[in-house]
Design a protein around this ligand. Structure first.
Ligand code: SAT
Ligand code: MN
Length: 600
């Protein structure tokens, strides 16, 4: 005789600490109802339908973009707000000169007043989530409470959320608490607060991306970087990509670039036709958690389950994989629309914007049709080159780590650090032109060590010390490199074609890792000569290639002086090893007689 399957345990009963916290938040914020996310497909559809009914989401053309929707955020809420983002540690020095700091009790008091009755008339969503594969010992869990269904839908795509995550939380004794309320979207009443010592986050007044999807930058970088230091691993702003050579061997590379500098494109790279037999597999496009393994190598997982990628510039030529991936079941934010209800953004070769990102008739005099930081949210499983090892609980072994930024001059196309300690200095020296991913001026060069300036949850001096300590533990450390795809000629034209052609540079790095490729000492590190790169079919002239691989001694001496001044800002806490590495570079630069790329 068939028996009815038992009803699942209500989510609110699975974990006492979570339920108690939800009760306390409910008393403070006074929502109309509380909704616990199960994490099923049907639930995501139901939440989406709710937002379509309320007019917050627009259904896109169901034939060409099935299952796709457009969300328009408030025009004053379109990017991360670094000036309103705080690290609240008991000691100010623990947050460091790289963070805004507020005393924890004062921050809590301020936020309590903002959250008081802030959810009146709204639904409070409880989203238990796991960052990393559910069965991975390297994964860590959290719970986000939010009053935004848009945030809830994003979290359901970007993380492993719902019942299985709560079941894991019920077995463990810690989880990160993330409290978010949209408030009135008033920039004067907007704060993103982190309490690493309490493993908690409080975010008020923004519904956008990294300000509000608390699993992403707030948890997986700021809080996790703190947890990682205590536990002996690294939480980094890095993509992870698998590169399979024509012999069928796959090596994994992690790469740190600031927001909107092409991490998603590199993670989904399509090999150029002149490099037949190469295949590329994405493990992650934004965040890597790196753990020293028993074998002396560094192993990486991607804590996320989806992509929150930049749209402008994405097209069939620049990233065909992404272009194909976002044609169904994708949530678009702040794009323009064509007259036939397709999403549109700058960089698409076809189609015409009819409505701009704010929903007004498109008028080029008002600027771009899509917001420069318009985004897609999509499940990683939709990626045609999703790595078969992306969900391996132990992660993938990393052969090389790249640091890079957007720099029109100074930094050559590629160079390799002398060793791990030098690589930590190279990572710390990253500088990049700012992008639309954060509020503020675009295109000004700023220091962005390891691409973590907006995301390191503690004092950079301690962070570099931790990097040095992790390296010292690795019997087989990855090799460390610096790249710059964005170098320009005096007329302002990009010297390097980028995108798929970047594989040529990656192939040289992998050959370096295998001890097979040549390099010369350029003072700042080790560089390939033009002939060391695979240039078959490459449309870059020999002069351009020489320029890309040149080290301008004067510019670099200036760079070293600026770096020295920057590092001095960290005072006594800066590890002496960093100074030693910098002085080694300064001395080596003094000795460079000619541009190494021409010095064959
Ligand atoms: O909005 S996010 O912070 O998640 C995207 C980014 O800036 O990288
Ligand atoms: Mn990012």
């Amino acid at each position: 005789m068939a028996t009815a399957s038992p009803l699942p345990m209500p989510l609110a009963r699975l974990s006492r600490p979570v339920a108690d916290w939800v009760d306390a938040v409910r008393a403070l914020t006074q929502p109309a109802e509380v909704y616990w996310c199960e994490g099923t497909e049907a639930e995501r559809e139901e939440l989406t339908a709710r937002l379509v009914r309320s007019g917050e989401l627009t259904r896109l053309d169901p034939v060409q973009f099935p299952g796709c929707h457009l969300y328009r955020s408030h025009p004053a809420d379109v990017a991360r707000v670094e000036q309103l983002t705080y690290i609240c540690t008991r000691s100010k020095d623990d947050a460091g000169p790289n963070n805004n700091w507020m005393e924890p009790q004062a921050a809590h008091a301020k936020m309590r007043e903002l959250f008081r009755a802030s959810m009146r008339g709204r639904t409070l969503y409880v989203i238990p989530y796991c960052m990393g594969p559910l069965d991975s010992p390297l994964a860590r869990c959290g719970v986000e409470i939010t009053d935004s269904a848009y945030v809830a839908i994003n979290m359901l795509i970007m993380t492993r959320a719902g019942r299985p995550a709560l079941e894991r939380i019920a077995l463990e004794d810690t989880f990160v608490r993330g409290l978010h309320s949209t408030g009135e979207l008033d920039p004067q009443r907007r704060f993103i607060m982190h309490f690493p010592e309490e493993l908690s986050i409080e975010s008020f007044g923004s519904g956008y991306g990294g300000n509000a999807l608390l699993g992403k930058k707030c948890h997986a970088l700021r809080i996790a970087s703190w947890q990682a230091r205590e536990e002996g691993w690294l939480a980094e702003h890095m993509l992870i990509v698998g590169l399979q050579n024509p012999k069928g061997e796959t090596h994994y590379v992690a790469a740190a670039f600031p927001s909107a500098c092409g991490k998603t494109n590199l993670a989904m790279l399509i090999p150029p036709e002149s490099m037949p037999g190469w295949k590329v597999f994405t493990v992650g496009d934004d965040i890597a958690w790196l753990h020293p393994g028993a074998d002396g190598r560094l192993w990486a997982i991607n804590p996320e389950a989806g992509y929150f990628g930049v749209l402008p510039g994405t097209n069939r030529e620049s990233n065909r994989n992404a272009y194909d991936m976002i044609r169904r079941d994708t949530l678009f934010t702040n794009t323009a629309l064509t007259a036939d209800n397709r999403p549109w953004w700058e960089g698409l070769p076809a189609g015409t914007p009819h409505t701009d990102w704010q929903g007004r008739p498109f008028d080029p005099a008002r600027g771009p049709a899509a917001h420069p930081n318009s985004r897609f949210t999509v499940s990683a499983r939709r990626n045609p080159c999703y790595s078969p090892h992306a969900e391996d609980p132990q992660g993938v072994p990393i052969s090389a780590i790249l640091f890079g930024g957007r720099r029109r001059e100074v930094a050559p196309l590629v160079y390799e650090a002398r060793d791990w300690s030098h690589g930590v200095l190279v990572g710390a020296s990253v500088a990049s032109e700012t992008t639309a991913a954060a509020d503020g001026q675009v295109g000004v060069v700023r220091r962005d060590p390891m691409a973590m300036q907006p995301f390191c949850g503690y004092n950079f001096a301690d962070y570099w010390r931790h990097w040095l300590a992790v390296g010292a533990k690795l019997a087989r450390p990855p090799r460390l490199f610096h790249v710059n795809w964005f170098r320009r000629d005096p007329q302002g034209r990009f010297l390097w074609p980028g995108f798929g052609e970047n594989l040529r540079v990656l192939a040289w790095m992998l050959d370096r890792c295998a001890g097979k490729a040549h390099a010369i000492d350029g003072g700042i590190g080790l560089l390939p000569r033009p002939k060391d790169l695979n240039t078959a079919g490459l449309r870059v002239s020999p002069e351009e290639l020489r320029a890309l691989l040149s080290v301008d001694r004067e510019l670099w001496q200036k760079e070293v002086a600026e770096l020295r001044a920057y590092l001095r800002g960290f005072g006594e806490r800066l590890p002496a090893q960093m100074w030693a590495e910098l002085e080694k570079t300064a001395a080596a630069l003094g000795g460079v007689q000619e541009s190494p790329a021409t010095g064959e």
